[in-house]
Design a binder for this molecule. Structure first.
Ligand SMILES: *Cc1c(COP(=O)(O)O)cnc(C)c1O
Length: 368
């Protein structure tokens, strides 16, 4: 059982977790071998968080337990109707060994917004942050210390009630698993090539585009395969009005030659915390920052005329990635590359890894 300060926003007392240790936990030697080259999303730590919710009982039975398969009734609503949401956030090891995460309150609030849209219960933000602390308290040794390495934390929530009727589930599970992650780009950041999805959308008007939910990712898989067939790394989607939306899992940012930074704004875009942080750092440097509709025509014409001088994508996993090429069914536009994307990337990762002052108070210590 661990106690942390009660939530200043709601006055909620912290949850009292029951911890059961994994008797088959990896040895230090096995773990260290994994941490040399962890890749992404393939290895998992020894424990996971599991909290239940029900209509009558609210949030209950908070546990840290051995990582392992879940037992689900085959009628569990998530398997049929996709009532599921998730988050992605990293834990970083600083040079002094301490472990920090980045703006977890923002991820907690976003999980609440996603929950509202998917008719799932809203986990209090203080419980969300506590769930990350509880997992890191027991699996902290899994936070790697190599350059650009981190422990990727994956909180998620789904409908586990066994019921085939169509309505919001009365029983829900919230979990956190963790996976050590290596440097996203081996041998330096490389610009990515982007395929323009002309036949498929990831979200529609009034749909779930702004929620972090598995269904949006399911909808992006076929267009992503089309991108691979066309020798592109990623896919970019347009909204119903022909405006640029985002990639399958990253937001898009345009840099104009007068220094203005523009990111597409639309109710169907997932509001990235990396994007928000990068735009804040750019504003701190004196850049004008705008969120507004950007049509495909504005993008292509801006690149052709030299008005747009850089285009990049951003998200927690890859941080900031310059876009090198935009390819469509009947065109290939080379994209201009500059210094700003990489310099903002460096500033952000310096803050995350404790190498630069955290002026905005974005870091939250997870251990100790
Ligand atoms: C998670 C996600 C992003 C990036 O959000 P971050 O908070 O920066 O990680 C962008 N688009 C989609 C669709 C996402 O799911």
């Amino acid at each position: 059982m661990t106690l942390i300060d009660s939530d200043p926003d709601t006055g909620l007392a912290p949850l009292e977790f029951t911890v059961s240790r994994n008797l088959n936990a990896k040895s230090a030697a096995q773990r260290d071998e994994i941490l040399v080259n962890p890749g992404f999303g393939t290895s998992f730590t020894d424990h996971m968080v599991d909290i239940c919710w029900s209509v009558g009982g609210g949030w209950h039975r908070p546990r840290v337990q051995p990582y392992g398969p879940l037992s689900l009734d085959p009628a569990a609503a998530v398997l049929h109707y996709g009532q599921e949401i998730f988050e992605g956030i990293k834990a970083y090891r600083h040079a002094d060994g301490s472990i920090h995460t980045f703006r977890p309150d923002q991820n907690g609030r976003r999980l609440q917004r996603s929950a509202r849209r998917l008719a799932l219960p809203e986990l209090p933000v203080s419980y969300f942050v506590q769930s990350l602390r509880e997992l890191v308290a027991i699996d902290g040794a899994w936070v790697p210390s190599g350059e650009d390495q981190s422990l990727y934390l994956r909180p998620f929530m789904f409908a586990k009630e066994a019921f085939l009727g169509v309505r919001p589930a009365h029983k829900v599970g919230y979990y956190v698993i963790a996976s050590p992650a290596g440097a996203y780009f081996k041998g330096g950041v490389q610009p990515v090539s982007i395929w323009l999805s002309e036949d498929y959308a990831r979200a529609g008007k009034g749909g779930t585009g702004a929620a972090k939910t598995g269904g949006n990712y399911a909808a992006s898989l076929l267009p992503q395969s089309e991108a691979y067939e066309n020798e592109c790394d990623q896919v970019v989607f347009l909204d119903q009005d022909g405006n640029v939306e985002e990639l399958g899992g990253m937001n898009v940012v345009f840099v104009y030659k007068d220094g203005t930074i523009v990111t597409p704004a639309s109710p169907s875009i997932l509001e990235g915390i990396t994007r928000d942080s990068i735009l804040q750092l750019a504003a701190d440097r004196g850049h004008k920052v705008e969120g507004r509709a950007v049509s495909l025509g504005e993008w292509r014409d801006g690149v052709a005329s030299g008005d747009i001088v850089e285009v990049f994508a951003c998200g927690t996993a890859a941080v900031v990635t310059p876009i090198g090429v935009l390819k469509g069914k009947d065109f290939i536009d080379e994209q201009p590359t500059g210094e700003l994307a990489l310099s903002l990337r460096e500033e952000l990762t310096d803050i995350q890894y404790g190498r630069r002052e955290d002026k905005h108070g974005w870091l939250v210590r997870l251990d100790g």
